[in-house]
Design a binder for this molecule. Structure first.
Ligand code: ATP
Ligand code: MG
Length: 276
């Protein structure tokens, strides 16, 4: 296997739930979602993470991106020259060193315009309000103009000249179709200065006609932009079409790992995905 961008080492995560025990009393019970999980994510490839509902896939992404702290274990991020322990870092620090995230529910800003959604994702902004009409200096104006130019180029690069996203740049994002929102959610990741993208179910819920476009964009992240993609995906056709590697999460661990073809022949995987 090639060099890794993430070394996930012995990660454990438990939650506590309140249950009624056999004596009819309330008691806290600890249950493990991730149980001593190890995984290397190869650099410059597309790796798919699959597993049943509630298997802990999003929780693992939350740990990598700093939204949830693990109970134990470490996550090392290998950027171009350093190996950085990101286990205790905050989400904004993790984003700054090069790990971008697309959430399962997309997280685009419905009441901002298409263009503002791009600007707010810029590596110079990181979640600050992009257009501050007070105290606007000449320098700020220049920075903003550069960002707008960058957004235009990214749209053209992905969707071609005279694309509908640029034409609709001033429309509120809420007026886009669900599939277009997903495409915007993916495209805006290129505004950040990322090396690794964590994509949580990018094809979920979209019209089948949009899925080939989503796959093309994800492939272009790796083939044209030299990024690494780590992707949670339920659609096995997408996994088989675009992923170089696939890992199957079950009972808090990586239960199968290999090429998508290898992993799909695992009995438990077949049961979940093919009902066989
Ligand atoms: N903050 C939390 N507190 C308590 N339980 C949680 C918390 N976050 C997640 N869980 C539980 O952990 C389990 C794993 O959730 P997670 O969202 O990681 O699953 P998933 O593999 O992404 O599932 P899906 O395919 O449905 O998106 C679920 O049972 C969920 O209810
Ligand atoms: Mg999930």
């Amino acid at each position: 296997m090639s060099e890794s961008i993430l070394n996930i080492d012995s990660i454990t995560k438990s939650f506590v739930k309140n249950i009624v025990n056999v004596h009819g009393n309330n008691e806290d019970e600890r249950y493990f979602i991730i149980d001593d999980l190890d995984l290397l994510v190869p650099k410059g490839k597309i790796t798919a993470l699959i597993g049943g509902n509630g298997a802990g896939k999003t929780t693992l992404f939350n740990i990598i991106s700093g939204f949830v702290e693990s109970d134990s274990g470490t996550v090392l991020y290998n950027d171009k020259s350093n190996s950085i322990n990101i286990s205790k870092m905050k989400p904004e620090q993790i984003a700054r060193i090069g790990i971008g995230r697309m959430f399962q529910d997309n997280h685009i800003f419905q009441n901002l315009s298409v263009l503002e959604n791009m600007l707010i994702a810029d590596s110079n902004t990181f979640g600050e309000i992009p257009i501050n009409s007070f105290f606007r200096t000449k320098k700020n104006k220049e920075v903003e103009e550069n960002k707008i130019e960058k957004a235009k180029e990214i749209f053209e690069n992905i969707f071609g000249n005279n694309n509908s996203f640029w034409e609709r740049k001033n429309d509120k994002a809420k007026n886009l179709s669900y599939g277009q929102k997903r495409l915007l959610g993916l495209t805006r990741l290129l505004m950040g200065n990322y090396q690794l993208l964590l994509l949580d179910e990018p094809s979920a819920g979209v019209n089948a006609s949009i899925i080939p476009q989503i796959m093309e964009i994800i492939k272009s992240f790796v083939d044209d932009k030299d990024l690494t993609v780590f992707l949670i995906e339920h659609n096995m056709k997408v996994v088989l079409d675009i992923a170089d590697f696939c890992c199957f999460m079950s009972h808090g661990k990586i239960a199968a790992l290999g090429t998508p073809d290898d992993v799909i022949s695992n009995d438990e995987v077949r049961k979940i995905y093919m009902g066989a």
